[in-house]
Design a protein around this ligand. Structure first.
Ligand code: PEP
Length: 256
């Protein structure tokens, strides 16, 4: 069985004291809710603080982004070995805000996924269509491109470790959530695609999170879907109580 994975993406939010309080509260929830992996991805400047607060707890921590290179003249960037050195387990790559605000291409994201493995980090690869692409019935084509290029050059052994986050861009930070059926359809499509790119057994192992306005009152229905293995949560991960509810609802949906 795939272990559900619920991860908070704090984006460019929190201050030091708030980060510590939120990390401690979330770590407590992670310790109470068995069977679900719980993670947070704080801003890079608070990673060390959050990792210290998570120490000795089951809470896992990830970066929100990283550069392809191990180091060098890339002002403002964070390298994979730096994230690894701090103790990060994961790194979010290809988030729609990186793709659409900062112009990251499929090819650049593909290099980042390869670099993540090279530096000992597990990627959370975000994929998903914009509203006009959904309306033009291009959802599958866009998701196929994001997954296929994102995993180019990734071996079977590495692909098993990848977490894919299906995040329809129109649902991120908008309050509009994909219906459980809409999300399930795309998750099943991604799993089928993984079976084609790798094999059927591997496709059954890979965890696929849903992201896009996940809240305490919709995560049960979302995670009740057979191919939805967790959630990548933005805004609602910033409130400890609400995020705890999202985690307990996810566990309940999976019968844990
Ligand atoms: C995200 O940024 O990954 C996200 C899903 O944001 P929100 O939950 O706020 O829609």
């Amino acid at each position: 069985m795939r272990k559900p994975f619920i991860c908070g993406n704090w984006k460019m939010n929190a201050d030091r004291a708030g980060a510590v309080a939120l990390a401690k509260a979330t770590a407590q929830t992670a310790g109470q809710v068995g069977g679900v992996e719980v993670g947070v991805c704080p801003p890079a400047c608070y990673l060390e603080t959050v990792l210290a607060a998570a120490k000795g707890t089951p809470l896992v921590v990830g970066g929100q982004n990283m550069h392809t290179e191990a180091g060098g003249a890339f002002t403002g960037e964070v390298a994979g070995p730096m994230l690894k050195d701090l103790g990060c387990a994961y790194v979010i790559l290809g988030h729609s805000e990186r793709r659409h605000i900062f112009g990251e291409t499929d090819e650049f994201i593909s290099k980042k996924v390869q670099a993540a493995f090279k530096f000992g980090l597990k990627p959370i690869l975000c994929v998903g269509e914009k509203i006009e692409q959904r309306q033009a019935r291009e959802t599958e084509a866009v998701v196929r491109r994001h997954v296929t290029t994102g995993l180019a050059g990734i071996s079977n052994q590495q692909a098993r470790q990848v977490v894919i986050a299906y995040e329809p861009v129109w649902a991120i930070g908008t309050g509009l959530t994909a219906t459980p059926q809409q999300a399930q359809e795309v998750h099943a499509f991604i799993r089928q695609l993984l079976a084609t790119l790798y094999d059927a057994a591997l496709a059954q192992e890979v965890r696929i999170q849903y992201g896009g306005s996940v809240k305490p009152d919709n995560n049960f229905d979302l995670m009740s879907q057979p191919d939805i293995d967790g959630a990548l949560v933005g805004g609602a991960s910033l409130k400890a109580d609400g995020f705890a509810q999202i985690i307990t609802e996810g566990a309940r949906a999976k019968g844990l």
